[in-house]
Every structure is written in C-alpha cells, then in structure tokens.
Design a protein around this ligand. Structure first.
Ligand SMILES: Nc1ncnc2c1ncn2[C@@H]1O[C@H](COP(=O)(O)OP(=O)(O)OP(=O)(O)O)[C@@H](O)[C@H]1O
Ligand SMILES: O=C(O)C1=C[C@@H](O)[C@@H](O)[C@H](O)C1
Ligand SMILES: [Mg+2]
Length: 195
C-alpha cells in the first residue's frame, strides 16, 4: 500500500461534480461506517456544502441524540429526523450525512430517495465495532451486549441499505482513499439526473 497521502485528483473531483449535477449526495449506513467523517471530506473535495443530519437535529432541538431518545423515545426521534431530512434535502447540491437509522425509517427513506444520489458505506462488524466501542454516545448500543446488538442491526438493515444507488466498502484505509473511491463511484454512475 502507498503510505504517502496523495491529494485527490482534481480531474476526478471535477468528473464527480459534473455527474452529481444539482443532486445531493446522501451517505447512508450503520453507526461507525464513516458517514460523517467521509461525508465532510467528500464535500470539501467537491467544494460543495456539507450537513450532518444528526448534528442538525441536535442543533434545532438543543439536545443531544441521547437526551432526545431518553426524553421522547425512538419514535419521536424518527419523526423529527424525517422532518429535518426533508428540509435539508430540498435543494442541492450538497453532501448530507444521515444518522444510521434514517434510511431504515420509511418516511425518511422516501425523502432520501427523492433527495439525490444515495451512497452506502458498507463495513464489516469488526470495523464498525472497533470504531463505535470507543464512545457511548449511541443510545441504541446501550445494551448488555452492544457488539451483538450491532450484529443484529447489520442483519436487519443491510438488505435495506442495499437499495442505495452506490456502494463503497468502508474499511481502515486513509480517509482520502475512501473519498477517492466515493468520487470514482459518483463519476462512473449511470443513473440519470431527473428534473
Ligand atoms: N477510513 C477510516 N479509517 C479510520 N477511521 C475512520 C475511517 N472513517 C471513519 N473513521 C472514524 O470512525 C469513527 C466513526 O466515524 P463516523 O462518526 O464518521 O461514523 P458515522 O457513520 O457517521 O456514525 P453514526 O451513524 O453514529 O453517526 C470516527 O472516529 C471516524 O474518524
Ligand atoms: O443507527 C441508528 O439508529 C442511529 C445512529 C446515529 O447516527 C443516531 O442517529 C442515533 O444514535 C440512531
Ligand atoms: Mg455520523
């Protein structure tokens, strides 16, 4: 593997930007897949705005995700998440990183599919677990056996994430390398932009 971090090629970024057009690029996938980290870097590379739906939810509610789950429960959280996503996806192009459960909720999934090009960062259990077990900010993983919970979520959710327009394998390589693969997937994408 090449250890030197090469800047993402400008021509690849240009091709991806052209292919994306006015559409939003929406990252989906499980907790720890890298939606926020890779989404932000992808937006920087494309020179378009970035927004993270979890952060936007926390901003408008002035509560953390954990506090929202504790105070109102998951159902209310999903309703708020769907409203926030609908608003964020109204115009493009921007990069929108979603929370791990957003695409699983029917209403949010409808907004996301309509809102642009979807990209699933797919990762295996060990990669996800290595990343999420360092922090306890994810309410769904506050269980007796969080690794087992994560595996159960993979089993339930992966068939739904698989509906994404694009899929990139998330693993422990440099973030710039992940961005390059994301851009290549967009540049090669044949899905036409709908008016
Ligand atoms: N390619 C990578 N190599 C190493 N670490 C990474 C990589 N991508 C992301 N990470 C790290 O993994 C952790 C989780 O990433 P991130 O917060 O972006 O996940 P997420 O998909 O947004 O999760 P959530 O659904 O909980 O918001 C972060 O600390 C991030 O820096
Ligand atoms: O996978 C999920 O359902 C979640 C993921 C996080 O991004 C947050 O949106 C919240 O913790 C729920
Ligand atoms: Mg995130």
């Amino acid at each position: 593997m090449n250890d030197v971090t090469e800047p993402v090629s400008a021509s690849l970024a240009e091709r991806a930007k052209l292919s994306l057009g006015k559409r939003n690029l929406i990252f989906i996938g499980l907790m720890g897949a890298g939606k926020s980290a890779i989404g932000r870097l992808t937006a920087q590379t494309l020179g378009i705005p970035f927004v993270d739906s979890d952060h936007e939810i926390e901003r408008v509610s002035r509560m953390t995700i954990s506090e929202l789950f504790a105070a109102y429960g998951e159902e209310e959280f999903r309703a708020l998440e769907a409203r926030v996503l609908k608003r964020l996806l109204r115009s493009g192009p921007r990069v929108v990183s979603t929370g791990g459960g957003a695409y699983i909720n029917e209403r949010s999934r409808r907004h996301i599919k309509k809102g642009g090009l979807t990209i699933w960062l797919k990762a295996d259990l060990d990669v996800l677990w290595e990343r999420v077990n360092k922090r306890d900010t994810r309410p769904l993983l506050k269980t007796e056996n969080p690794k087992q919970t994560l595996e159960n979520l993979m089993r339930a959710r992966y068939p739904i994430y698989a509906e994404a327009d694009l899929i990139v394998l998330s693993r422990d390589v440099k973030k710039e390398r992940m961005v390059e693969e994301v851009l290549a997937a967009i540049a090669d994408c044949q899905k036409a932009e709908t008016p």
